[in-house]
Design a protein around this ligand. Sequence first.
Ligand code: ZN
Ligand code: ZN
Length: 232
Amino acid sequence: MVYNWQHLFFPPRCLICGQAGEDELDICGNCRAGLPRIRSSCHCCALPLPPGSPSGILCGTCASKPPAFSHILAPWLYEAPVDDLIQQLKFQQKLPAGRLLAQLLAGELRQREAPSLLVPVPLYNTQLKKRGFNHSSEIARVLSRELSIPWSPWLLHKVRETRPQHNLGKRERKQNLRRCFSFDNKDNHRHVAVVDDVVTTTTTAAEVAKTLQRAGVEKVEVWALARTPMNR
Ligand SMILES: [Zn+2]
Ligand SMILES: [Zn+2]
């Protein structure tokens, strides 16, 4: 990691317990070791599976119908303290919380074949104005810097407003998001990673993947901070 001169004046401090940070990150070794890592998950959609499940296994849903995306990568469960840090970023605009999680996520992704572009899951204009910023863009921006992969908040758009997904059934969720995104593939990208904060159901990931594929992208991965134990 590049030496950060800011650390002379603001040494890294753990955002969870307040102790000194380690490895120039705002997290101490103990809290880092205690993050709720997903140990066994579906090879495709990252759905948490019972401990001890073999690696490379697919959940029932992915086995019966392969989704449009190639993989979802999400290292942690949406549990304390990851959920709290994500909410600090999302609802209180605490950028250090997002920076820390994105730096940790970057550490998980360094060995992978790099996509040529990172795109954050977009918000619709009115939602963006109300919230003031797109938290997924913050994650993508830090990932881009850490992994030296270009990112753009301008190519993937949400073209219409949608209802909140959490109270909808599977079929309604799909209907709600159908054709709600558009992607401008002016540079002819073939391998793109979509950046999101939490994957709850895979409906958004699947709809974004279909949008990118219609624009000529062959491989769509989803990189997220956390996953909830729920299927699409
Ligand atoms: Zn700590
Ligand atoms: Zn799956």
